[in-house]
Design a protein around this ligand. Structure first.
Ligand code: HEC
Length: 119
């Protein structure tokens, strides 16, 4: 009799434990989703900060009308090709070869993608 009661107690305890595990998982899921959003938001913010330094010469949103330096809204591959060309020294430059050396190729790709998205 005693043993039976003990066994059923163990069984119900494990049921309580799996129920609380579900609660914990349910609580963790939205936290995890929002931390992913946070990581994406701060990555977006990082690209915007980099791009802001370019806008000093290339104009707000990358549009420097009348100077020939408009980069906003141009195809990503074209922009990236120029940036990598400056970095390798293949393209002659007065200024850009210095700027691009501060960024990895991956970062330049993200910056090119950002300016291309400014349609
Ligand atoms: C101090 C001014 C200045 C800043 C800051 C600057 N650029 Fe430039 N950019 C130029 C100049 C000037 C050229 C023409 C090439 C040269 O002489 O260096 C140019 C050329 C370019 C070109 C090629 C444009 C074309 O039509 O051939 C791209 C793309 C470009 N820059 C992107 C950027 C990006 C991205 C940044 C920020 C990481 C940036 N630039 C920061 C002045 C600047």
């Amino acid at each position: 009799m005693r043993a039976t009661r003990q066994r059923s107690f163990v069984r119900s305890e494990s049921r309580v434990m799996s129920a609380s595990l579900l609660v914990v998982l349910a609580l963790l899921m939205p936290v995890d989703a929002s931390s992913q959003t946070l990581a994406r938001d701060s990555a977006d913010l990082q690209v915007q900060v980099w791009a802001a330094s370019c806008m000093a010469c290339h104009g707000p949103e990358g549009r420097a009308e009348g100077t020939g330096l408009t980069i906003g809204g141009r195809p990503e591959q074209e922009l990236l090709g120029k940036l990598l060309g400056y970095k390798s020294g293949k393209l002659p430059a007065t200024i850009m070869h210095q700027h691009v050396k501060g960024y990895s190729d991956r970062e330049l790709s993200r910056i090119a993608g950002y300016f291309a998205s400014l349609k």
